[in-house]
Write a protein that binds this ligand. Structure first.
Ligand code: FAD
Length: 544
């Protein structure tokens, strides 16, 4: 075994070599010491899925990102060591076997990751390993932002912007030829001893705990190069960037109408700080450009906003015990949840979105609005926590802070309070896709329906349904709730929950669950739609 000392950079998120302060610090530490080698590691932790749900698509994205990371590390004359096992067992072993003196890593705010890190810190102390932690997953360090606000969570986007607008953002770090390792600093990965430990190799997809039949089209392949290329492609559309306003992008275009940088930023294949600086440079070339919250920079700031709030609340992903979340007596119904999660609600716009999510792992932000509102306060009155779990599993960009923060927003549990403004599962989608192309793609059983019926196929007569080769209740589900009725009922429930929250009413109102259940099992009835309330896109506080 090699007797030289080791410096480790532990990749968790941050799967990149560009703008990676922890990696650069590790490289520089090694270069300063003649008898030190670098070993960049990734730990495939079998216990991880106890805390974090992973779809097949997401495993593939991770596996592709690790392969690209290894390729990129080769350009620095090093390799990625992928270790199988739990950090609490593997860290003490490698600290000893590799004679580790220093380990660098990116800090994470999720409570389960913090618990893991607390154990690793104990082991590091016992083995005299110095730890160096870097805040490089966000543009701002959320803990410093909180400190600058007397450790109070800024509950409004605008208050957050006021806190950070004059803060200087350090430049993104470049990785250059000076970071290439000389032979003396390279770990002998190919030596006999280390080759024997073949458990350090990159994982094949077949090794990962996924069902390959659940893989969808590889629309957004993982990796640093993919992330950087995608960012450059987006930034080259200067006029589009200058004029970008989120409410004017379509939730149901066949090709994405926003950047789809989110999976890359989430896994850290792309540095949010690099994106911030590049975006600023593009904006500086225009005399006039859109502004937060609706601009592209505004979108990146939503991410910072939620990270800051999440950093202050260990129970950010839960309702009970979460200091910023309103306690709402949601009603669990496994059948309703299952129908929603699998795109079988009988509302084609909602079902198309949920099917796109399951197949491709990404959906537009306003599509997320529509389905999140539908599951919670709008229609099904199921807790946002269940929706969050489904998104966590299926979204390539699933992120602890952003997922919970946005779910709380949409369910009017925190940040947003206009619970009476409900998205229509019919009218909202029609605005940007009147012909229903999006529905035809993701709910192909409805493809022969004419445009005036495709959002409301239950309105077709029995004869028409047969002619369009899709009978409602047989080939496509009946609506599981009647939106026109439940939305008013749910607004009443939300009103009562808010009154209890504000101390204007005692808890213990009679359970209103009868309504939804009866509607669901009642034979289909035609209800004349009432005029739908306007979507709340124009309200800047709701355009997240
Ligand atoms: P763009 O519009 O191109 O924006 C650029 C970047 O800004 C995004 O990549 C993302 O990093 C950030 N961003 C944009 N909108 C938001 C937002 N509202 N909140 C925070 N950051 C934002 N985003 C995630 O990255 N992970 C999640 O787990 C997640 N869960 C969500 C759950 C719900 C219920 C809702 C309503 C939104 C959620 N979002 C989440 C936020 C948002 O929908 C996505 O970030 C965005 O759609 C990603 O697509 P894009 O990269 O094309 O975004």
């Amino acid at each position: 075994m090699d007797k030289r000392k080791t410096v480790i950079h532990w990749f968790r998120k941050g799967l990149r070599i560009h703008d990676n302060p922890g990696l650069i610090a590790a490289i520089e530490a090694v270069q300063k010491n003649k008898d030190h080698v670098l070993r960049p590691i990734y730990i495939l932790d079998p216990e991880w899925t106890q805390f974090w749900r992973m779809s097949a698509n997401k495993w593939r994205f991770l596996q592709q990102s690790l392969v690209q990371l290894d390729e990129n590390l080769k350009t620095l004359n090093t390799r990625l060591y992928v270790i199988r096992g739990t950090p609490k067992n593997e860290m003490p072993r490698i600290f000893k076997e590799w004679n580790v003196t220093l380990m660098t890593f990116e800090s994470e705010i999720e409570s389960f990751n913090q618990r893991r890190d607390a154990l690793v810190k104990i082991h590091a102390g016992q083995h005299n390993v110095k730890l160096d932690e870097f805040h490089s997953h966000t543009v701002y360090n959320p803990h410093l932002v909180l400190q600058s606000n007397n450790n109070q969570v800024p509950m409004r986007y605008q208050s957050f912007i006021s806190l950070v607008e004059h803060k200087k953002v350090a430049p993104a770090l470049e990785i250059t030829s000076k970071h290439k390792l000389k032979k003396e600093h390279q770990a002998p990965k190919d030596s006999k001893e280390e080759a024997k430990a073949s458990c350090y190799d990159l994982p094949e997809l077949s090794e990962l705990p996924l069902n390959e039949t659940e893989l969808g089209p590889n629309k957004f392949p993982g990796g640093e190069k993919e992330g950087l290329d995608r960012m450059e492609k987006m930034l080259s559309r200067k006029k589009w960037i200058w004029e970008f306003e989120k409410p004017n992008t379509a939730p149901n275009s066949i090709e994405p109408s926003t950047t789809v940088l989110s999976p890359y930023i989430t896994f850290g294949c792309l540095s949010s700080r690099l994106f911030y600086h590049k975006l600023k440079a593009v904006l500086s070339k225009a005399s006039k450009y859109s502004k937060p919250p609706v601009s592209l920079m505004g979108q990146l700031m939503w991410r910072e906003f939620y990270y800051t709030a999440a950093a202050a609340e260990p129970n950010f992903d839960k309702m009970v015990g979460n200091r910023i979340c309103r306690q709402i007596p949601w009603q669990y119904d496994a059948d309703l949840l299952d129908a929603w999660a699998h795109g079988r609600t009988g509302y084609p716009f909602i079902d198309a979105i949920m099917r796109q999510l399951r197949q491709e792992g990404w959906i537009h932000h306003l599509a997320r609005h529509a389905v999140a509102c539908f599951l919670t306060r709008g229609d099904l009155y199921v807790s946002w926590e269940h929706g969050q779990h489904v998104f966590e599993e299926l979204l390539l960009d699933a992120d602890w802070a952003l997922n919970a923060g946005n779910w709380m927003w949409l369910s009017a549990s925190a940040f947003f309070y206009q619970y009476f403004r409900v998205y229509s599962p019919v009218a909202f989608g029609k605005k940007t896709d009147p012909y229903g192309n999006y529905i035809r793609k993701y709910c192909p059983e409805l493809k022969d329906y004419p445009s005036h019926l495709i959002y409301e196929p239950w309105k077709a007569s029995a004869g028409e349904q047969r002619r369009y080769k899709c009978e409602i209740g047989k080939d496509y589900p009946n609506r599981i709730v009647v939106h026109e009725m439940v939305q008013d009922f749910n607004k009443g429930r939300m009103k009562r929950a808010y009154e209890v929250h504000n101390g204007q009413r005692e808890e213990g109102e009679p359970s209103p669950k009868v309504f939804i259940k009866e509607e669901r099992h009642r034979p289909f009835i035609k209800v004349e739609p009432k005029e739908e309330p306007a979507d709340n896109d124009e309200d800047p506080e709701n355009v997240c």
